[in-house]
Design a protein around this ligand. Structure first.
Ligand code: UDX
Length: 466
């Protein structure tokens, strides 16, 4: 028996998915895993589809918001979580689990880095290890961690805004960033900035940070942050079937809030190799009607087949509508779904490129399948992710928006052509294939993520024998 791990993700799809993959890894290493969701998400997951939880105990607690709240206002939910997932609540929960499970008391906690504040005292009380879990690229953790330094150097003002607008090197190990790449500048204002500072302070006390990323993506940043806290990039946390060649199904699919539309896979089977543009903006992004229309017109103008995920809640308060006659005109070469089995889609041979909001899971999934990207970041970490995709790894191109923040139809058609037939495209495709191999090697025996995971596992098991 490997012990009993309590896993606590931030209640968002993009945070639950990688944490669940970690849960499965721990189960296969002999751990009993209790996975804590909010009641709201637990109900959505259970309604979307029955999954096989393979020995994972799914439990839930209220998130503190009224049942009819849609939970789309992120700062509101974060504030509610400060109380509903406060250290005292987690402590009571552990007591309940331990009372019921005399034989299998909780022996370790892994909690999303964004809500890890104050948990060190809880772990110390039970004398068990605590790890913070960072969903995204390590650079996104580091830039937040080093905020106090950036403040003391006068690079940032007290509201988190940079003193200068131009592209600069904020942290020596990172590429120069645009002011707009700073993750706290999107949604939540000064409160979000203070939350980032608090996260850094908590990390100083915690044993280590696990990251769903791999060393080779931003090694210099991992080195720099490691001088302050222990950092273990253990990604990509993706079902191993997708990392081991061309198997295209898994019993360990992510626990989605929406039911997968699997018919799109049959549609993909009918398309030619590397011909389809896949478009998806993750689980949170909200669009305006005008953006929906420009995208529809842009995809139509490419004259290529496309698979487009249009979530039922893509627009706030209303259903997106397409330009007149659009559906008839593209019927023969399009598939529009409300939620796709994304890993299966990205690993399908007919996919040519991925138009993405640069949410970290999507980016890493795309890297692992060797699919080049067109980048249109939406918020928080996604702007920095784009900088790495375009400027550092050179595996994608940006989609530029106009002065009103809208990506116009012409830009979409131009960028798709540049990526798929231009000279840039050939280079980008070469880099994407190379990084795909690296991403798969890193989780094999002797790879950097494999080794980091072993160290983490050792620490999780150490106190079981001490
Ligand atoms: C969020 C943030 O946006 C992201 O930047 C952060 O790092 C993690 O959480 P989200 O916006 O939903 O997540 O995007 P992303 O990180 O890409 O996660 C979406 C997940 O849903 C991916 O694992 C993707 O495979 C899955 N997905 C998405 C589907 O399974 N089907 C779909 O149709 C769309």
């Amino acid at each position: 028996m490997g012990g009993h791990a309590l896993l606590i993700p931030l209640p968002y799809q993009g945070h639950i998915n990688p944490m669940m993959q970690l849960a499965w890894k721990l189960v296969s290493d002999g751990f009993l895993v209790t996975f804590l969701n909010t009641d709201f998400n637990h109900n959505r997951i259970m309604q979307a589809k029955s999954r096989n939880w393979d020995g994972i105990r799914m439990i839930s607690i209220p998130d503190g918001l009224p049942p009819d709240d849609k939970r789309t206002n992120i700062p509101n939910l974060m504030e509610a979580l400060d109380n509903s997932m406060a250290p005292s609540v987690i402590m009571r929960l552990i007591d309940v689990i331990n009372e019921r499970e005399e034989e299998h008391k909780v022996t370790g906690i892994i909690i999303d880095v964004i809500i890890c504040s104050g948990l060190k005292a809880v772990a110390d009380f039970y004398q068990i290890p605590l790890f913070a879990f960072h969903t995204s690229l390590v650079a996104n953790c580091a830039i937040r961690y080093f905020i106090p330094k950036l403040l003391s150097l006068g690079i940032l003002g007290h509201d988190g805004a940079p003193k200068e607008e131009k592209k600069i090197t904020y942290i020596p190990s990172m590429p120069p960033l645009r002011s707009g790449d700073l993750p706290w500048l999107f949604g939540g204002g000064e409160k979000m900035f203070k939350r980032c500072i608090r996260m850094g302070e908590s990390l100083k006390q915690i044993k280590g940070v696990l990251a769903n990323s791999f060393y080779e993506l931003d090694g210099p940043v991992v080195e720099e942050l490691s001088r302050e806290v222990e950092v273990y990039p253990i990604g990509p946390l993706i079902p191993c079937e997708f990392l081991e060649g061309d198997k295209r199904s898994t019993s360990k699919a992510p626990p989605s809030f929406w039911a997968d539309d699997v018919e799109c896979l049959e549609w993909l089977d009918k398309q030619s190799t590397q011909s389809v543009i896949y478009v998806s903006f993750g689980s949170v992004a909200v669009w305006s009607q005008i953006q929906v229309e420009e995208f529809a017109a842009g995809l139509e103008a490419t004259q290529r087949p496309f698979l487009w995920v249009v979530r039922s809640d893509l627009m706030e308060g209303s259903k997106p509508t397409f330009p007149q006659g659009f559906m008839e005109r593209v019927r023969e070469r399009s598939c529009i779904v409300s939620w796709a089995p994304q890993l299966q889609v990205l690993s399908h041979p007919s996919i040519a490129c991925f138009v993405t909001h640069c949410g970290w899971n999507s980016v890493q999934e795309s890297i692992t399948m060797g699919v080049p990207m067109l980048c249109s970041p939406y918020f928080v970490d996604q702007f920095l992710n784009r900088t790495y995709i375009v400027d550092v790894w050179k595996i994608g191109l940006p989609l530029e928006s106009n002065k009103d923040g809208i990506i116009e139809k012409g830009e979409i058609a131009r960028a798709v052509d540049r990526l798929l037939v231009g000279e840039d495209g050939a280079e980008i495709s070469k880099h994407a294939t190379k990084l795909m191999r690296t991403s798969r090697d890193t989780v094999k025996e002797g790879g950097s993520s494999f080794n980091n995971y072993s160290i983490f596992l050792h620490q999780m098991k150490k106190q079981l024998v001490d």
